[in-house]
Design a protein around this ligand. Sequence first.
Ligand code: M6R
Length: 613
Amino acid sequence: MCGIIGVVGSSDTLATLLEGLARLEYRGYDSAGIALVRPGQTWRARCAAGTESVAALRIECERAPSGFSSGIGHTRWATHGAPEVANAHPHLDCSGNIAIIHNGIIENHTELQVELEARGHTFTSVTDSEVLAHLIEESRSQGLELLDAVRASLKLVRGAFALAAMDAGEPDVIVAARRISPLVVGTAAGVTYLASDVPAILDRATAFYAVNDDEVVRLGPEGFRAVDLDGAPVRLHQLSIEWDLETAQKGGNDDFITKEINEQPDALRDTLMDRRRPDGTITFDELRISDDELREVKRVVLVAAGTSHHAALVAKYAIERWARLSVDVDISSEYRYRDPVVEIGTLVIGVSQSGETIDTIMATREAQRRGARVVAISNIVDSSMAREASAVIYTRAGLEVSVASTKSYVAQIAALELLALRLAQLRGTLDPSDIDAFFHGLNAVGAQVATALERRGHVEDVAKQLIGAHDFFFIGRHLGFPTAMEGALKLKELSYLHAEGYPGGELKHGPLALIEPGVVVVAVATDLVMHEKILSNLAEVKARGATVVAVATDDDDAIAAVADYVLRVPATEPMFSPMVDVVPLQIFAYSMARGLGRNVDRPRNLAKTVTVE
Ligand code: M6R
């Protein structure tokens, strides 16, 4: 999730790149950089200054030589390698003439780098991307034109990319290519552009074209030509763009949260990419903890706040079931004040999208002080928690702008379930064939989430019917319970309506007294283990006049007898259901909030990153 931009044939190259990067900052701001290319010279500037990276780059570029009509720029959201200048794009080949920018993940970068180093290449970063510069360098040295050199290089890589390459030996040409990560080309009189997203070039280009997977485009001042990986010509589809700039930055959506809800399949795919070796070993490149240390774990404690706490609740089921380890889940703001017991073999997992939530940082610090090994699950590379912890696993959900967490939640569950599988693998508590089946099942969840997203219209209709209701109870049992908690939190923070999340079996111990006509009970009823029991809970609330909304699987015929409204989701392996079932609840909360005129990206009284106790 990085932003990329390029321009050929411009009299205003530097301004085009810097303006474009400023508009792409929402895709990441760990660092920003540009390369300007003319015959025999590649000039590069890079800065890593967090949210100020583009501003710092602008100052750095005041010393840029003039007379460049072509260049590329990048704003980075770190996945491999810390957010430092050395890891900032563009990356150069050994000669310093070839510059590349890349968005995506090159899955086989480690093996490619070993081979390239053995052939004499020197690497200056710890990114997955730099291999591309050196692969292109090798093909160019065999006499291939830049277009063919990029094609040849891409045949060697696995993973996702939106890539742009330039070479001072073939100036006024950019070669760009795409697989999975987005890429558009724009044209205007005598100038050609590329970008990861339309907003970067919206006011410069007059026509826009979408690049499809495994297409390679050669851009020159006169326009572009596109080919497939084998060199056969292809036509790019022209886009009709009718957005203003603000809408364009939200990817054509009304707000960031809609964009982020829709990005959940991508967040899952990216988080799971590159996590399994050909021999079946589950692997985390960034996990600084040895297999022996993981084997010695005797007990797991998860600490987190808000939505991250709900992801931790899901992880308890997975780690207990698969790795047969005892798991406690703590609200991070409570953990350190409770004089917690940390024994030899206690593994503490801090879960935090930002990695900056002070409650969770203080909890993991306390655990570390008491001798625990700490793993941070963070969406932000080199966040405070990631730096301080003994080990880290990054979710790769991309930048989350909306205060309400959505895509980072499903990515956290995926990362935690992967860790549960790794623990099971090391402890021998699951058959290798079961681990493989769960791993592949996890990789299929993105498609089920996509199906749930397609049903948005029905959820919106149900929400419309319920505008006017003020009291909501979200219930679930077993793996439906964390989802009920998350559904209630989403409704509270987005719509400001009263909502409580409960384990379904707990209603009869008190809250049932509150059930009366006008109260809405939203039930997560997808869990087969507890299905009959949740149906009984719904019968109980219905008998007391509640309106019932149920999240149920496509094949559930029994639910209609107890529910007034049913939100259908595809059936999946129970352990994966929290990632699918949350989707209609996110859309429901969003639709209620929109119906009530709330600010869905910035709910009142809240902040995206909570750095106070
Ligand atoms: O960055 P973190 O994951 O540590 O944040 C934790 C909570 O502040 C966060 O999940 C909060 O509850 C969200 N607003 C929920 O949508």
